[in-house]
Design a protein around this ligand. Structure first.
Ligand SMILES: [Zn+2]
Length: 106
């Protein structure tokens, strides 16, 4: 089954939710790399607390279980056979190594 990994980065400051961003990658590795890229921006530039969440979806139907077949009829998704993946990772906090944090403050 072909899958896509969707990620989102949520930001918090003083207990309040700030902005969030998300996108997707063709694999867990690619989505993780993008998620950390986004997370470090919010950590370094904005000083937010950041959490990262990843979730996998069927690349064929994006978890609908069906796709539009011939003549517009809904048919069972050939990728996931109607059973989309339900893998989710997180939310987990993204934090900077202390030496990086010191370099930013200095
Ligand atoms: Zn599917």
């Amino acid at each position: 089954m072909r899958t896509v990994w969707h990620y989102w980065v949520e930001t918090y400051q003083n207990g309040k939710a700030g902005c969030s961003s998300g996108s997707e990658g063709p694999s867990l590795d690619a989505a993780l790399a993008k998620a950390f890229h986004d997370a470090t921006y919010y950590l370094l530039e904005c000083g937010y607390n950041v959490t990262v969440t990843l979730e996998t979806h069927c690349a064929g139907c994006y978890d609908a279980g069906t796709i539009r077949g011939k003549r517009g009829k809904q048919v069972r998704c050939p990728e996931c056979k109607g059973k989309p993946p339900e893998e989710k990772i997180g939310p987990f906090p993204a934090v900077l190594h202390e030496s990086v944090a010191h370099a930013v403050v200095a």
